[in-house]
Design a protein around this ligand. Sequence first.
Ligand SMILES: Nc1ncnc2c1ncn2[C@@H]1O[C@H](COP(=O)(O)OP(=O)(O)OP(=O)(O)O)[C@@H](O)[C@H]1O
Ligand SMILES: [Mg+2]
Length: 248
Amino acid sequence: MSAVHLQSSSQHLSSHQSSSYGAALHVRDVFKIYKEGEIETVALRGANLEIESGEFVAVVGRSGSGKSTLFSLLAGLSEPTAGRIEIDGRDLMSLPELERSALRRDRIGVTFQSGNLLPFLTALENVELPLQLSGKPDVRGRAERLLESVGLKQRLSSRPAQLSGGEQARVALAMALANDPGVLLADEPTGELDTQTAAEIMRMLEELNVERGLTVVVVTHNPALAARAGRVVRITDGALTPERSVNA
Ligand SMILES: Nc1ncnc2c1ncn2[C@@H]1O[C@H](COP(=O)(O)OP(=O)(O)OP(=O)(O)O)[C@@H](O)[C@H]1O
Ligand SMILES: [Mg+2]
């Protein structure tokens, strides 16, 4: 894996070279309350966060603090109980469903805590999926270049079970980047990985951030991972507090 790989992929894949490439995300007074019968869990209580275009932010917090909840709200996959999530200044939930899906597909790339790979598809077929869904031309060629950009040119026809954890994480990254998003959201991208492989994935995220101006938000309980972000925000019991900023 080298910087050259990602650079060449961004030349192939990105037609946006301007500073407006990265997406901005704003969380405004957000509450998320889960209701299961009589039981209510307040997962976020009045969270505020401004992430500017091109930032690399890590969200840290203990297990159960609300990280994945925030993640799914930022990804537009769930609705806040109160408050707003804005991407590039547009309130996600106020958009009609079709527009919201298009915005999600075109601007937001995600990798999930539990992994996004379909076990019965090869690495190549997994990466082809999001490209097919968005109706991109030359799906096969693009998927091959994406996998090449994450250093997996030799593993195109392997299924997830035949790949190491780090390789699977890289396929997931290639999928998240398929539609050339403005923000990459990664929930525990290095969760199950050994230290060295985790550092490799982290380096790739850094390259994407620096070389493409992609906004990167990682959610993690791993302090070593968080330490490499430009800014760290902590969630404690559903509330967000700045932990460290580049200018601090
Ligand atoms: N779908 C749901 N229904 C009910 N409660 C939920 C749901 N999802 C999360 N919760 C609760 O909301 C709180 C926050 O959960 P969340 O998954 O956001 O934590 P997390 O910080 O991502 O934890 P971890 O580090 O273990 O992944 C927890 O108390 C959890 O039990
Ligand atoms: Mg989580």
